[in-house]
Write a protein that binds this ligand. Structure first.
Ligand code: ATP
Length: 260
């Protein structure tokens, strides 16, 4: 920890998360570009009021139901996602039977190994990425397209978080159902995923752990119903509307934070 953040600080949670990312950066888990991406996410989260809205919970429920129904579900993990939610990712994988694979845009084998170790320390089993037969996702030049043959390559469902649009699109073109956690509903990732979770990655994964512990006992019919009734276009529209409403309210009032 570089400095002690007082618990009373009004933005304590957000500052703690920032510290977690800075530490992960020092350890070589997060790349500098990841810190920039986090800042972009924070800006959208500020507009959303830093909470999980009903449209996010709907997408989270559809993601968990899809994972439980999939034959080969995989959670794709990059540096930022691991730094923010390693324990929750491990728990979600345990509850849904999804494999965990480290998959990086800025890939070095050393960083893959570090992230896999972090995930395993937090309870994830058989993390893929280091020792696996490699395959290439079509449309992504190497090394950005390298995945594990028995992991993402063979998956029918992939959950990505804080991901770049090209990779999300390539996974979709490869025939996978893609769920994406992304605070920016304008991003190419948010716009191309089958299920878009407009929520902060750590909060979203915590929510999905809770949902999975309930849904794992549900019968297939109930899970299929959740997936069938899910409408991503509406969920994205609700995310934009919520942002717009919060912005219009602020635009009317001008001052929304009273000094105590
Ligand atoms: P795209 O390529 O999809 O159009 P981009 O160029 O912004 O988007 P990246 O910078 O690779 O792509 O993606 C990072 C995305 O993740 C951004 O949309 C950012 O808002 C989002 N993001 C950053 N931190 C978080 C977080 N903690 N939780 C959820 N989303 C986040």
């Amino acid at each position: 920890m570089h400095w002690r953040i007082p618990r009373s600080h009004p933005r304590y949670e957000s500052l703690i998360v920032r510290e977690m990312l800075v530490e992960a950066f020092m350890e070589g888990i997060v790349v500098p570009q990841g810190l920039i991406a986090h800042g972009r996410g924070e800006a959208f989260d500020y507009i959303l009021g830093e909470r999980s809205h009903p449209f996010a919970l709907l997408a989270e429920e559809a993601t968990v139901a899809s994972m439980l129904l999939a034959r080969r579900p995989v959670i794709s993990v990059n540096g930022n996602y691991a730094a923010l939610a390693a324990r929750e990712i491990a728990e979600l994988s345990r509850l849904t039977g999804a494999l965990v694979e480290v998959n990086l845009f800025y890939r070095t084998e050393e960083r893959v190994a570090k992230i896999a170790r972090l995930l395993e320390r937090e309870g994830a089993r058989n993390v893929l990425g280091v020792e696996c037969e490699k395959a290439q996702i079509e449309g992504l030049e190497s090394p950005r397209g390298i995945v594990c043959r028995e992991g993402i390559y063979a998956a029918d469902f992939v959950l990505v978080a804080i991901e770049d649009g090209d990779r999300t699109q390539a996974l979709r073109r490869a025939g996978k159902v893609v769920a994406a956690i992304d605070l920016n509903p304008f991003s190419r990732t948010a716009q191309t995923a089958h299920i878009t979770i407009v929520d902060e990655a750590r909060r979203a994964t915590k929510n999905m752990v809770e949902i999975a512990s309930k849904l794992k006992e549900a019968d297939r019919g109930r899970l299929e119903e959740i997936v069938k009734n899910y409408d991503n276009r509406r969920v994205l529209a609700e995310a934009f509307k919520t942002m717009m409403m919060r912005l219009s309210e602020a635009a009317e009032k001008g001052i929304i934070i009273e000094v105590p």
